[in-house]
Unconditional design. Sequence first.
Length: 177
Amino acid sequence: MSIRPILIHPDPRLKKLCAPIATVDAEVRKLADDMLATMYDAPGVGLAGPQVGILSRIFVMDCVKDHDAAADPVVMLNPEITWTSDETNVYEEGCLSIPDQYAEVTRPKEVRMRWLGLDGQLHEEQYDGLWATCAQHELDHLNGKLFIDYLGPLKRQMITRKMEKLKRGLARDKGNA
Ligand code: GNR
Ligand code: NI
């Protein structure tokens, strides 16, 4: 299991439509393992392929907040939303690719997801609360969409400028290492 570097916005790879996963093979299982390790290390509650530079329709999530509770890692391949509630929910969202920036996003409160599991079987489950928000946030990543795309242009531009500045600093630090 290895921790992979997380891409920081703006990056063209975070804006791409990701391709479906054709077969569940050893490479996909290794990728899922690495993504879970990377997510828990960050720490975050979700991580999508493009965030580690893999433009495939895969994401991982674990929204168990209670540190004493058992972990509940979920790996979704080729995920689809098959139903959304009319009722919406506002969540203060963040993203590992947009560090330390948070904003309220309105989304359906509940979603029904269908996906291919690492077991090669189709799964379907309904999610609520942070799980539902996270699943939608991750699915957006597979379609090249970030939570800041739901904000007004001014807020989005302010965050993007901060991230450009952060990346310039990181590049400079790397050069001086
Ligand atoms: O760790 C994360 N927290 C989070 C909080 C509210 C809504 C969505 C998320 S997902 C985020 C990790 C991430 O960037 N996944 O793509
Ligand atoms: Ni994200």
